[in-house]
Design a binder for this molecule. Structure first.
Ligand code: GTP
Ligand code: MG
Length: 199
């Protein structure tokens, strides 16, 4: 799929106030600073459609982007924003959980993990929470350009091993780098295939 148009629509704290449309939504979630907003820009061929920062905690709202006029890409705040106060962490948790559990338009969720790290408890706990709530997801490895291909392959293998202990079936896996534009076609084609089944 080619992205011909990408427009910012609206930011919200509440899934109820998100766009009142029946368009399918594809959302990116993951630890703060993992590269969610950067990946959205990469998919849209835009530098700063979604705001990014080298410091964690940049995205604090649910952001809707209208893609090709017929589906939404959704940038969510990250979890595990360690330096935020307790109240803010709880607010962010409510925003994220409300959207994921109750947003009917949510068609597919992508959980992003940093390809440089071994499986982290915070991410595994989050995936377990998704499983308990019956929310399917795909796994997206980010920042592949930051290390050798061999190390990235090892990260994927380690994740598969840990996930196979808990899950009967592994989620779809994508390898990406926003810097090098890796994984763009794979992600967009996956979304296009799902969109085609909804017509
Ligand atoms: P929050 O909004 O705070 O939850 O973070 P986020 O997950 O949206 O991360 P963001 O896209 O803002 O990226 C965080 C930092 O990582 C920025 O400095 C990005 O430039 C950098 N970054 C993101 N993706 C990549 C990548 O693929 N390669 C490299 N080298 N850096 C990346
Ligand atoms: Mg962000």
């Amino acid at each position: 799929m080619e992205i011909k148009t990408a427009e910012f629509v609206i930011s919200n704290t509440d899934y109820n106030k998100c766009p009142d449309s029946r368009l399918p939504e594809y959302a990116f979630i993951g630890r703060s600073n993992v590269g969610k907003s950067s990946l959205i820009n990469m998919l849209c061929n835009r530098k700063d459609l979604a705001m990014t920062s080298s410091k964690p905690g940049k995205t604090l709202l649910i952001n809707h982007f209208l893609m090709n006029g017929n589906w939404h890409l959704v940038d969510l705040p990250g979890y595990g924003y360690a330096t935020a106060g307790k109240k803010m962490r709880e607010q962010l948790k409510d925003i994220i959980e409300g959207y994921i559990l109750y947003r009917e338009q949510l068609t597919s969720l992508f959980v992003l993990v940093d390809s440089r790290h071994e499986p982290q408890k915070i991410d595994l706990d989050f995936m377990e929470w998704l499983g308990e709530n019956g929310v399917p997801f795909s796994l997206v490895f980010t920042k592949l350009d930051k290390q050798s291909h061999v190390k990235s392959v090892e990260s994927v293998r380690a994740y598969k091993e840990v996930l196979s202990k808990v899950w009967e079936e592994l989620p779809p896996i994508f390898l990406t780098s926003s810097e090098k534009r890796t994984g763009k076609d794979e992600l967009l084609n996956y979304i296009a295939e799902i969109n085609a089944t909804l017509k």
